[in-house]
Design a protein around this ligand. Structure first.
Ligand code: ZN
Length: 434
């Protein structure tokens, strides 16, 4: 068809543009290999969200990658494409240390106490944690005299764990590492994988490895942000290059089933804006019946349509409205001559700020408790990161809490800023000044 004779040039532009949008992503679904062709949200291009820059690096070119989430029409797995390998992101140096959040440490300790009792773990048991970070969770088991082993790919983070007395293997986990562990006599009575499933580039290799290391009567616990809560809570800032996948219980049941395992229980958690903790066993292990919680939560996902496309397709407009609200607030504040700063420099801040195009023209600086990030700059937006006492020095009018999931904890820490009348803000789920 000769488009030029039947349409104006702007129509043609639109048509070409739409054609591009419906081009399927490069690869197939990470789980079932179906061609991906349904967009959830397109956040434009972003740098890696944990790649903090030194002052010298500000003058170098900076790579930006497409940040576009798709949903699989077969298994409903929401995913972004991999443009940078897991080795590049998580190997070597990595800036994320779990131990800098008080509430997260308390969460880990409580879990260790509960699961030790539930599974009757003792000095003859073996705990294995995948992506064990700086040993924040495993140290609780070691203090109880329960043997624990961490597997962590980032060597700077693993070094901190080893220093704390948490044995840690510096490796990426998958079938190969699993076989090596078993050859070394490691079989897990409890295997934990907290907030790592999102980061796994080869999902089937990772879950396949879990199956290999799990004792016949062992239990795996997996914590992950619940996709249903992410969408209902408008938490698009959790989408980043480092998070390849976003899970519903509906999808995860299919994944573990495919690998010969069964999700037999699930807890709903408040962490990371609403997470699930699933309990998994070998399919053959009939000693642990599937709980009513599993069917209830799965059913509620199905009732809300998380196995269909509509709910995913409605998400994009909700995200665009959040951008408009945030920018409207910032423009108004700056017109009034106010100083706006940030609190926290988590990965999710970088998704939000890059998507909204917010730089030092709106936010002068942010602060963080992690000294690894001090005097560095946020990727893409180049907003500087200072120690938290910077707030005391400049007495800003508005403080944007970037880790909105820790809003209560951080508001309490910032109580002293009320004496000069500072106001606190979160941008998600919707702009709130308080
Ligand atoms: Zn799929």
């Amino acid at each position: 068809m000769n488009i030029a004779t039947t349409k104006t040039s702007s129509d043609r532009q639109t048509e070409v543009f739409h054609d591009d949008l419906t081009v399927p992503a490069k690869g197939g679904c990470r789980f079932c290999k179906t061609l991906l062709k349904h967009s959830v949200v397109d956040l434009g291009k972003s740098p890696l969200c944990e790649s903090f820059l030194t002052r010298d690096q500000l003058f170098d070119p900076e790579p930006f990658y497409p940040l576009h989430a798709f949903v699989c029409d077969q298994c409903s797995l929401v995913q972004v494409e991999e443009y940078v390998s897991g080795e590049e992101i998580f190997g070597g140096e990595y800036a994320y240390f779990s131990s800098f959040s008080d509430s997260w440490l308390a969460h880990a300790k409580l879990f260790a106490d509960q699961i030790t009792e539930r599974l009757g773990l003792d000095e003859n048991s073996q705990v294995v944690e995948l992506a064990s970070n700086d040993g924040y969770l495993l140290k609780n088991f070691i203090e109880k005299g329960i043997p624990a082993l961490g597997v962590e790919p980032a060597d700077n983070v693993a070094a901190v764990a080893i220093e704390k007395g948490v044995p840690t293997v510096v490796k990426f986990f998958g079938v190969k590492t699993a076989k090596e562990l078993v050859a070394d006599g490691i079989l897990a009575d409890l295997m934990c994988a907290n907030n790592v499933l999102a980061h796994v580039p080869d999902l089937n290799d990772f879950v396949g490895g879990m199956k290999i290391v799990l004792n016949p009567k062992g239990v795996i616990t997996v914590e992950f942000p619940h996709l249903m809560r992410q969408i209902e809570g408008n938490q698009f800032d959790q989408i980043c290059q480092e998070h390849y996948c976003y899970y519903s219980l509906h999808t995860l049941r299919q994944v573990f089933d495919h690998h010969g395992m069964t999700i037999f229980d699930v807890d709903e958690l408040t962490t990371h804006g609403g997470s699930l903790r699933v309990y998994i066993r070998h399919k053959e292990d009939q000693s642990k019946p599937v709980s009513e919680n599993v069917t209830r939560i799965h059913q509620s996902e199905l009732e809300k349509g998380y196995d269909k496309l509509g709910v995913y397709q409605a998400f994009a407009e909700q995200v665009r409205e959040t951008k408009r609200q945030f920018l409207e607030f910032l423009i108004q504040a700056k017109r009034e001559g106010k100083q706006v700063v940030g609190y926290g420099a988590p990965g999710k801040a970088n998704t939000l700020l890059n998507y909204c195009g917010v730089r030092t023209d709106f936010i002068d600086y942010t602060v963080d408790r992690n000294p690894y990030k001090h005097y560095k700059y946020l990727p893409g937006t180049h907003i500087p990161v200072f120690p938290t006492d910077q707030i005391e020095h400049t007495k800003p009018d508005y403080i944007v809490i970037m880790p909105w999931n820790l809003k209560e904890e951080i508001s309490a820490q910032l109580e002293y800023t009320r004496k000069w009348g500072a106001k606190l803000i979160v941008a998600i789920p919707e702009l709130t000044v308080f």
